[in-house]
Design a binder for this molecule. Structure first.
Ligand SMILES: NC(=O)c1ccc[n+]([C@@H]2O[C@H](COP(=O)([O-])OP(=O)(O)OC[C@H]3O[C@@H](n4cnc5c(N)ncnc54)[C@H](OP(=O)(O)O)[C@@H]3O)[C@@H](O)[C@H]2O)c1
Length: 253
């Protein structure tokens, strides 16, 4: 089940950034890959990249805050490949703001993007995994989940709750052979992140123990290793992949 060859990965929020890197790596390893973001047209490029390299991809535009669209994602995957082996809950969204400036709507938006999407997708794949006797869920968390997270009260709280969800789902579903683990990256250089700006990147890199920001493919490599690991006893764990940063770097609003 954990061999990438022939297995089916569903990777949420995979039009760009870390999700895209995970999709490309999984496809290179022989997996059939479902790519997703809210807008189907955003998926054209990553789908083409996978197919041009000889891989197989299915693009499903779906807003994963909506349970019906989550069901559509799962149904379309099953129609195409009749199985799901790995769900990577990667979809996310955030904005920087001091806690007192976060509106109720802004709070809800960030919690829904980072936490509710993961819950709904996990809940939707559960019957599929239970029926086939196992499956893997990998939740993409963040170092923002640990300690204070100035400028990201909503994001840090949502990611800390995601870590808790990882533990609970692993506990409740372990009896069905389902492994639920998490990966918590430190700063990663993605197109949409502010680290894409030279000045911002330099500021962050000056504080990083290794002196450089991580690339999306480094995180993808670890996610794929976790997906392949034959250690069923590793369950409910969120692994920080942060170059030993821990809570030493904080975003300022
Ligand atoms: N980059 C970093 O420095 C960093 C550090 C630590 C952790 N992380 C975590 O790593 C993951 C990936 O980060 P990233 O920087 O690569 O993110 P990103 O570039 O912002 O990509 C997020 C993806 O999620 C999709 N998405 C957002 N809301 C969605 C929804 N409701 N339904 C479906 N898709 C949705 C977005 O596409 P649409 O907008 O088209 O829907 C996009 O493809 C996230 O979980 C993030 O919290 C990132």
């Amino acid at each position: 089940m954990t061999d990438r060859t022939d297995s089916v990965f569903v990777i949420t929020g995979s039009a760009a950034g870390i999700g895209r890197a995970i999709a490309l790596r999984a496809a290179r390893g022989g997996a059939r890959v479902v790519v997703n973001s809210r807008k189907a047209e955003k998926l054209d490029q990553v789908t083409k990249e996978i197919e041009d390299a000889g891989g197989e991809a299915l693009a499903v535009g779906a807003d994963l805050r909506d349970p019906e669209q989550v069901d559509t994602l799962v149904q379309r995957t099953l129609e195409r490949w009749q199985r799901i082996d790995v769900l990577v809950n990667n979809a996310a969204g955030r904005f920087l703001a001091a806690a007192e400036q976060i509106s109720p709507g802004g709070w809800r938006a960030v919690v829904e993007a980072n936490l509710t999407t993961a819950f709904l997708c996990s809940r939707a794949v559960f019957p599929v995994f239970r029926e086939r006797g196992g499956g893997r869920i990998i939740n993409i968390s963040s170092v923002g989940a640990y300690g204070p997270n100035p400028g990201g009260a909503h994001y840090g709280a949502a990611k800390a709750a995601l870590n808790s969800l990882t533990e609970t789902l692993a506990y409740e579903w372990g009896r069905y052979g389902i492994q639920v683990n998490g990966v918590a990256p430190g700063p990663v250089l993605t197109e949409a992140s502010r680290y894409a700006q030279e000045e911002q990147r330099r500021l962050v890199e000056a504080k990083l123990p290794g002196g450089r920001i991580a690339m999306p493919d480094e995180i993808a490599e670890f996610v794929l290793s976790l997906a392949q690991l034959r250690t069923p006893y590793l369950n409910g764990e969120t692994v920080r992949v942060d170059g030993a940063l821990r809570g030493m770097l904080h975003d300022e609003p």
